[in-house]
Design a protein around this ligand. Structure first.
Ligand SMILES: C[S@@+](CC[C@H](N)C(=O)[O-])C[C@H]1O[C@@H](n2cnc3c(N)ncnc32)[C@H](O)[C@@H]1O
Length: 163
């Protein structure tokens, strides 16, 4: 299950990875994104020779999924956007099968961001987690972090861009 699947690119990759007997569910709050994902999925299914993807409209904070129904949960650059992170993590835990995995790629800061950033409600708002808070949210939902990779080359590129 892909949280905040957007145009569905990760779902297309997952569709191949899980194969004909697997199933991929993308969730996003925007009809516009879901529309693009569904038309892309039809093309991907044609190429693969099987259909194993579906896209559901919903919020991360109230996932349209049954309890204990998915494994793994994946997400790319979405958790930073949610306003209610505690609820989002609780939802991830709820829908995950016991013993299931969460694989997240996202913006994580080393320090607590300024209140001005965290309270920004503008269209481009990013409310990044700092690393200790991310760990504590995973602990709150009784999920442990097995590995965490920092990509300093990405960070350096952004820092250079900001200068
Ligand atoms: C930066 S895009 C990432 C899309 C995709 N994961 C990717 O990597 O291409 C963020 C996506 O998350 C969705 N999104 C943001 N907040 C959300 C929320 N609270 N509930 C559901 N979807 C959300 C947006 O609609 C958007 O499609």
């Amino acid at each position: 299950m892909d949280l905040g699947c957007g145009r569905g690119v990760e779902c297309f990759l997952a569709a191949r990875a899980v194969g004909v007997n697997g199933r991929v569910i993308g969730v996003d709050m925007l009809d516009s994104m879901l529309g693009i994902a569904r038309s892309g999925a039809a093309q991907v299914a044609g190429n693969l020779g099987y259909e194993n993807m579906e896209f559901r409209k919903g919020y991360l904070e109230a996932l349209p999924l049954e309890t204990g129904s998915v494994d793994p949960v994946i997400s790319n650059c979405v958790l930073n956007l949610t306003a209610d992170k505690r609820r989002t993590f609780a939802e991830i835990r709820r829908v995950l099968r016991p013993g299931g995995r969460v694989v997240v790629s996202d913006v994580v800061t080393e320090h607590v961001p300024d209140a001005a950033i965290l309270n920004d409600d503008g269209p481009r708002c990013v409310r990044p987690l700092n690393y200790p808070r991310l760990c504590s949210l995973f602990r709150c939902v009784r999920t442990s972090i097995l590995t965490a990779n920092n990509f300093p080359e990405t960070r350096n590129a952004w820092e250079k861009r900001a200068l």
